[in-house]
Design a protein around this ligand. Structure first.
Ligand SMILES: NC(=O)c1ccc[n+]([C@@H]2O[C@H](COP(=O)([O-])OP(=O)(O)OC[C@H]3O[C@@H](n4cnc5c(N)ncnc54)[C@H](O)[C@@H]3O)[C@@H](O)[C@H]2O)c1
Length: 254
């Protein structure tokens, strides 16, 4: 018996491999969930779902731009039609616009906020509506970052978005606690995904410094975040809401 047997779980940004959404989708499916994988990269999302199905799991995939409200409406409508419920939403899709403050344009900043923060508002609002409507005591997992908790050079816009996710999540948790809907944030440190590989190209010096600073001595593999997401989606965390879960190899331990 899996930890999330029978649950219907939506994971956004599940195309990138190696990526956190990809690892989370696999983990939830391995533990018995039906996983809906969405991404702007439709082909990548379909590949993730096909991998899961070929391993004997249950998965579906389609294209979704998380910044587009009508795409959220269509996604949740489709889930409702097919499954009549939603047990968990993992708001994972994100981008990292990493530039020192003087180089950051307003459009960089706005894009960063739209993809990493506004998307979380849209998805959470609509998932809560379905969960309430169908009486599901669901779980919402919002992807933040350690960059929202400590100052990291070149991360101001990214940290503003990820910090916004914390306050938003805590408020929603307070509003939905009596419905039995839980809403928590995940705070990965440095995890070996395509996003980190790209930032190593864009900011090589900062990247080397950050890696050297991980007390456990290595960059985290994606499954470490997937394990934490599984915990938050499953009933193992049934008394946990409005919390911040840090998984970072000790990076911000101080
Ligand atoms: N990797 C890390 O070290 C790390 C650390 C802290 C937080 N995070 C966060 O974890 C999440 C996943 O990061 P990752 O490292 O797997 O990144 P990644 O770049 O490997 O994957 C991100 C995925 O999101 C998708 N995406 C981007 N914009 C989208 C949009 N508008 N609509 C739908 N999908 C979109 C991409 O296509 C991609 O598949 C992000 O929110 C990121 O900020 C990552």
């Amino acid at each position: 018996m899996g930890l999330v047997d029978g649950k219907i779980c939506l994971v956004t940004g599940g195309a990138s491999n190696p990526g956190l959404g990809h690892a989370i989708a696999h983990k939830l499916a391995n533990e018995g969930a039906t996983v809906i994988v969405t991404d702007v990269d439709e082909k990548g999302a379909a590949t993730t779902a096909a991998e899961i199905v070929s391993e004997g799991g249950k998965a579906e995939a389609w294209a979704q731009d998380v910044t587009d409200e009508s795409a959220w409406n269509a996604t949740l409508e489709q889930i409702r039609t097919r499954h009549d419920r939603l047990d968990a939403l993992v708001n994972n899709a994100g981008i990292a616009v990493l530039k020192p403050l003087p180089d950051l344009s307003l459009s960089d900043y706005n894009r960063q906020m739209l993809v990493n923060m506004t998307s979380v508002f849209l998805g959470t609002q609509k998932a809560v509506a379905i969960m309430r409507d169908t009486g599901v005591r669901g779980s919402i997992v919002n992807m933040s970052s350690v960059a929202a908790l400590v100052g990291v050079p070149a991360c101001s816009a990214y940290a503003a978005a990820k910090g916004g996710v914390i306050g938003f999540t805590k408020t929603v948790a307070a509003e939905t606690a009596l419905d039995g809907i839980r809403c928590n944030t995940l705070h990965p440190g440095l995890i070996d995904t395509n996003m980190q590989r790209q930032s190593s190209i864009e900011n090589p010096e900062e990247y080397v410094k950050l890696n050297a600073a991980v007390p456990m001595g290595f960059m985290g593999p994606p499954h470490t975040i997937a394990d934490a997401a599984l915990f938050l989606v499953s009933d193992l965390s049934s008394y946990m809401t409005g919390a911040q879960m840090v998984i970072d190899g000790g990076l911000i331990n101080q």
